[in-house]
Every structure is written in structure tokens, then in C-alpha cells.
Design a protein around this ligand. Structure first.
Ligand code: BGC
Length: 364
């Protein structure tokens, strides 16, 4: 009798699920799997950087256009806030989670709960580390970003006409963001040989990732470190180049340099790199201050992510173009890699308006 009841119960459940097209469960919340379009949870790190606002907006617009509902949240660069937000998405049974982590490791507990609840997780731009709960990853070729930054720095130094050896200082991103190591390693693959052969001198002597890293990508921290370096190592000589991994840091570094007399009275600003093509930095590039940035089209990243979400939620084949670069400590996460584009004063306006990232009016 018990056995028959169990079979009947299972059959009833299956019927309910088929009948509902698996779109909603009995409590009215989104079902987790099965060819329907429920609510996608999108967890973004912060609104202090323009890029993440663009990412969030692009994800929301494109997901809605594809027929999903969107639960978009920002965590103000605060790890406990992001843990709570992701936990809330699991509790609400969002259909799939898209997460751009503040700290790549800190979410592993709550992501484990998502996995137990059968909710797929896509790491967005930043790898989610030390968890098997992440199914896929969409990002730009982060190592290439670093190579492009290093290459642009050398090009700028060569164009500056300054005599060698060139004095350069190094900055890296947040040590808890997996991308920061990729950017730094990519840049150093270009710069280290030049340090070794004496073309580049690091007057501060600070070259170790842990020392040059900038917690939470905080511009004020980078500004302070640049000020300290200028006081300590550049009393009698000029700095000619600064490896900066992100536009927000570049602007903090340029502020420190200006405060020390660079950029006026015949004392040229050094070559300063960047990343993200943030509007303020693009204007600085056009004005001849920041030297370059790396353009990563966030609407293209959203597009690739939405395509992946459609493939996952329809139970179809998920296409990726990289299955070896991103080992998160537990598994190699299948990844869709997009291509970053370096730009400087000579081509920035063209590249960004062609991509419709900015209008010419915005860059006027
Ligand atoms: C992103 C960069 C961004 C940085 C700071 C990284 O994870 O890939 O585009 O500049 O975070 O927000």
C-alpha cells in the first residue's frame, strides 16, 4: 500500500510539474529548471565604477528583452552584503544566478546552497573560486588585457622620447579578485624582460604582486601609495610610466602625480595605462593626460551571458570557447572569452563611437 501511494505521489508530482510547464512551483515562486523563463538573479559588486553600472543595465535590458524577469542587485563593495544578496536569491528560488563577485572565494558557502537547490550559477567577469557550484564563466581574455596594458605602456614610453632607462612604477588590482593576478601576470610577461635587461627601472623596488595590489580596487588607496612612492623614491628623478590596471586607479594615480607637480610647468605626466574605457578616463585620454585604456564592451559581455542563460535554461547545449584557462581551485570552469581592445588618444574616439559605447557628443 505504502509503495502504491509513493508511486501515485510521484506521478502526481510529475503531472503537476508537466502541467505547470515547470515555470512556477506551488508557492508561486520560480521553478529552477526546465525550459521556461523565470527570474534571473544578477549580483553586481558596486556602483562606484561606471563599468558595473553599464554591465547591470545591459544585463537587465537584454534579459528582459529575452523574456526573463530580473533581480538585479549591487553590494556596495561589501562582502557580507553580497553574501546576503545571493542568499536571498537562493531563498527566493531565482531560476539562475549571475554573479560578479567582490571576493572570489567568500561566496562559496552560499553558492553551495544554490547548488543544493539545483540553481545553476554563472560567474560574470570575475571567477568564482573554490566551489564546484559554478557551472560556467563569461569574461574577457584577462591575461590578454594585461599583455595589452604592458604593451601600451612600452609604446607610450617609446613615444615619449624620454631617455632610457625608463622609471616605471607598478600597480595591481584587488588581491581577492582572480582577474587582478591575470592582468598583472599578463603585463609582467611584457615588462619583466625589460626590467631584466635594464630598459625599465622600478625606483621603489616594489614589484611583488602582494605589495603592488590595491585592495577593493580603491582609487584612494592607489593615490596614497603613489604619493608615498613619489616622496620616497622620486625626490631627484622623474617617474616616466605607471602600470595602472583600472581607470579608477589611473585617475587616483594621476591626481597624486598632479599634486606633486607633474602635468604642469614643463614636467610631463608619465605614461599611465588603464582599463574599462570609463567616460572620465576617455576624456582624460583625449585631453592628453591618461595615456591609454582597455575597452571591454560590457553590452557584448551581457549578450554572451544572456545567450548562455538561454542555453542553460532551455536545457540545450551550452557553447563556450575556452575549457582550460580558468581553474577555480576545484574545477576548470568552462568559459566564454571575449576579446579586449586597447585604445589611446589616436583611436579611442573612433573605437568607442563605432561600438556605440559612447556618442560623439559624450566625448566632445
Ligand atoms: C574587471 C575590470 C575592472 C576591475 C575593477 C575587474 O574584475 O575585470 O574590468 O576594472 O574589476 O572594477
Amino acid at each position: 500500500m505504502r509503495k502504491i501511494l509513493a508511486i501515485v505521489a510521484t506521478g502526481a508530482l510529475a503531472l503537476t510539474m508537466t502541467g505547470c510547464g515547470r515555470s512556477t512551483d506551488t508557492s508561486g515562486k520560480d521553478a529552477i529548471a526546465g525550459g521556461t523563463k523565470g527570474t534571473i538573479g544578477v549580483a553586481m559588486p558596486t556602483k562606484t565604477s561606471q563599468r558595473w553600472i553599464k554591465d547591470g543595465n545591459a544585463m537587465k535590458t537584454q534579459l528582459e528583452a529575452a523574456g526573463y524577469k530580473v533581480n538585479l542587485v549591487y553590494a556596495n563593495d561589501d562582502i557580507p552584503t553580497q553574501v546576503t544578496q545571493v542568499n536571498d536569491m537562493v531563498t527566493k528560488k531565482n531560476q539562475l544566478l549571475v554573479v560578479a563577485a567582490i571576493d572570489g572565494v567568500a561566496l562559496k558557502g552560499v553558492l553551495g546552497e544554490a547548488k543544493s537547490a539545483g540553481i545553476p550559477v554563472v560567474a560574470y567577469d570575475r571567477l568564482l573560486r573554490e566551489t564546484d557550484a559554478v557551472s560556467y564563466y563569461t569574461t574577457f581574455d584577462n591575461l590578454k588585457v594585461g599583455v595589452q596594458q604592458g604593451t601600451s605602456l612600452l609604446a607610450g614610453l617609446a613615444a615619449s622620447g624620454k631617455p632610457k632607462p625608463w622609471n616605471v612604477e607598478l600597480f595591481a588590482g584587488s588581491p581577492d579578485d582572480n582577474n587582478a593576478t591575470f592582468f598583472f601576470n599578463g603585463a609582467m610577461s611584457v615588462l619583466q624582460p625589460k626590467i631584466d635587461d635594464g630598459t625599465i627601472k622600478i625606483a621603489s623596488g616594489e614589484t611583488d604582486f602582494k605589495v603592488v595590489a590595491t585592495l577593493r580596487w580603491d582609487a584612494a588607496v592607489a593615490k596614497k601609495r603613489m604619493e608615498n612612492i613619489l616622496t620616497k623614491s622620486y625626490a631627484s628623478t622623474d617617474v616616466n610610466g605607471v602600470l595602472a590596471p583600472y581607470d579608477g586607479l589611473s585617475r587616483g594615480i594621476i591626481a597624486a602625480l598632479k599634486g606633486s607637480g607633474y602635468g604642469s610647468g614643463g614636467k610631463a605626466l608619465p605614461v599611465v595605462t588603464g582599463q574599462d574605457a570609463e567616460l572620465e578616463s576617455v576624456k582624460s585620454i583625449l585631453a592628453g593626460e591618461q595615456y591609454s585604456t582597455i575597452f571591454k564592451d560590457t553590452s557584448e559581455l551581457a549578450k554572451a551571458t544572456v545567450k548562455m542563460i538561454q542555453e542553460i535554461t532551455s536545457g540545450g547545449t551550452v557553447t563556450v570557447n575556452d575549457t582550460k584557462s580558468y581553474d577555480n581551485g576545484v574545477k576548470v570552469v568552462p568559459t566564454e572569452l571575449l576579446q579586449p581592445v586597447p585604445c589611446d588618444k589616436s583611436n579611442c574616439k573612433q573605437i568607442l563611437t563605432d561600438a556605440k559605447y559612447y556618442t560623439s557628443d559624450q566625448l566632445a
